[in-house]
Design a protein around this ligand. Sequence first.
Ligand SMILES: *[C@@H]1O[C@H](CO)[C@@H](O)[C@H](O)[C@H]1NC(C)=O
Ligand SMILES: *[C@@H]1O[C@H](CO)[C@@H](O)[C@H](O)[C@H]1NC(C)=O
Ligand SMILES: *[C@@H]1O[C@H](CO)[C@@H](O)[C@H](O)[C@H]1NC(C)=O
Ligand SMILES: *[C@@H]1O[C@H](CO)[C@@H](O)[C@H](O)[C@H]1NC(C)=O
Ligand SMILES: *[C@@H]1O[C@H](CO)[C@@H](O)[C@H](O)[C@H]1NC(C)=O
Length: 593
Amino acid sequence: MAGGYLFLLLVIILNVSSSFQTSNTVNPCCYFPCQHKGICVRYDPDDYECDCTRTGYYGKNCTIPELWTRIREFVRPSPSFTYYMLTHYKWVWDIINNSFIRDTIVRLVLTVRATLIPSPPTYNSAYSYLSWEAYSNVSYFTRVLPSVPDNCPTPMGTKGKLQLPDATLLVETFLKREKFIPDPQNTNLMFAFFAQHFTHQFFKTYGRMGRGFTKGLGHGVDLSHVYGDNLERQYALRLFKDGKLKHQIINGDMYPPTVVEAPIHMVYPENIPKDKRFAMGQEVFGLLPGLMMYATIWLREHNRVCDVLRKEHPVWDDEQLFQTARLILIGETIKIVVEDYVQHLSGYYLKLKFDPELLFSSQFQYRNRIAVEFNQLYHWHPLMPDQFNILGQLYNYSSFIYNTSMLTDYGVEALVESFTNQIAGKIGGGKNLHPRLVEIAVGVIEESRKLRLQSFNQYRKQFGLKAYTSFQDFTGETEMSSQLESLYGDIDALEFYPGMLLEKTHQNAIFGESMIEIGAPFSLKGLMGNPICSPEYWKPSTFGGETGFNIVKTASIEKLVCLNIKKCPFVAFHVPKAEESSISEGTKTTDEL
Ligand SMILES: *[C@@H]1O[C@H](CO)[C@@H](O)[C@H](O)[C@H]1NC(C)=O
Ligand SMILES: *[C@@H]1O[C@H](CO)[C@@H](O)[C@H](O)[C@H]1NC(C)=O
Ligand SMILES: *[C@@H]1O[C@H](CO)[C@@H](O)[C@H](O)[C@H]1NC(C)=O
Ligand SMILES: *[C@@H]1O[C@H](CO)[C@@H](O)[C@H](O)[C@H]1NC(C)=O
Ligand SMILES: *[C@@H]1O[C@H](CO)[C@@H](O)[C@H](O)[C@H]1NC(C)=O
């Protein structure tokens, strides 16, 4: 009996002392002690271990390099050196572009980038450790880095102030535009709307501010923004004849159907009558004429490809024509994104190449999961201008947004021409976000806090970059950096999205090092990880034979547009240079393409 009491007493004392301890001990993982991608695992309240397996480092905090790591690190060119080489010495690249070395370098770029993305995916916003739930529940966006642990001394772990600066204050002070800053890489609105249209097939946050859920269960280039993200929506958009999609003809041209003909949910303000509401794969595409324009172009392309396929395969039924056309359009999209879109954005003199075979000899996982971090960093709203110039007529935001008649008033040709000629804003460097869009950036920052995203410097390290040591080092100037320092207190407490947008930009470039070095891996993994790039799929029969395969292999933004409009203006992701504007005068025939 007495022994029993003694035991009970002991248990109580032990319990009291341990709960006493937890409330006073800082979770050691709040210090982010494990370097070089080591995993912090907690044991007793103040005890942790770093799992350094296959990091190339060992020691308590994974800080001591193994011999091979030492050698590799010694010879590894820094990202800034590599970027410099790729954007200088044009004459060298002119030689490389046309030689077999091009393949070798493109392969290297793809593999180096893609290996930075964990695959299979690891964490999500609810699970900071590996778990079957995080792996299998595709309703979550994945996470490259787990959340900052709960109950850390500061929001960013142990660094910085007890409270993060007010998000609205941050955006108003550092991001809001005073005067439009044009992009030094000459990016145009044709690019800006392509970016928005393209990314909204996989950035589909579900119940904003939640725990990082997505409606985009395809997690990549699935063209759900053309075909709808579920079967019911797809069926409502399909004609069920010759594989085609429903459409309407206005002034002799093909446009998306209205919600009367294709009854699906679309987001429009009340005052727009039903017969003026276009029905498109993505429910938010009624927002901007630029999105409706791209929806129209892809709709026409789908139906055009169906005609090509039907000629080749008179025996195929509607379903096979539809499904094969979809795979071809997925292929075209990836080709255009790699060779036109990423090519433009990178500013590289290396001519990029979309050729899945380049990766067949390397270890590569044909799967992808969209990450919260990718979604965060892709908020490129500084691209948006002050006004939209359509054939010389200026439209402000109020007359542009949800303007469903603009597309049919002007037609696709006129919009392409106008968006190609209008320069977009510079994304990085701060102070270039139109006042109408300030709230979007505030939302991004607030979301990152709800999701407890780790600091900008933590992400820099994760992607093989050096952590910044001061705010001055980070912005490369003195004014913003001292303001940021007084707000954040510590460079290691700077948040992810402000870090991405306020970092000093590369010379004459649209944004800074981190956007490229962290954004490109997500992007390339998502593109090359598509099943159509796998050895099983990448063959003519997948695309209905050589004709379809060639449509994929020769796709370009120019062809996409020009094969679907009557005359062919200058089409590119940059405003025409002096020598190009002469081309823009003349018109090409479709035979030339
Ligand atoms: C490991 O990291 C922690 C937290 O940053 C630090 O206090 C400790 O001194 C480090 N230990 C070693 C052996 O480097
Ligand atoms: C090599 O490719 C880059 C990027 O596309 C381009 O700027 C350059 O003119 C190309 N050179 C040749 C000779 O094709
Ligand atoms: C994914 O997780 C959410 C939140 O726990 C849950 O509501 C949902 O049912 C899960 N989905 C599946 C397919 O298990
Ligand atoms: C936008 O333009 C319309 C039409 O020109 C005008 O009526 C409206 O006042 C303008 N709105 C703003 C906010 O400038
Ligand atoms: C929509 O654009 C047309 C030009 O296509 C313009 O005439 C009209 O005023 C705009 N609508 C609104 C509501 O601003």
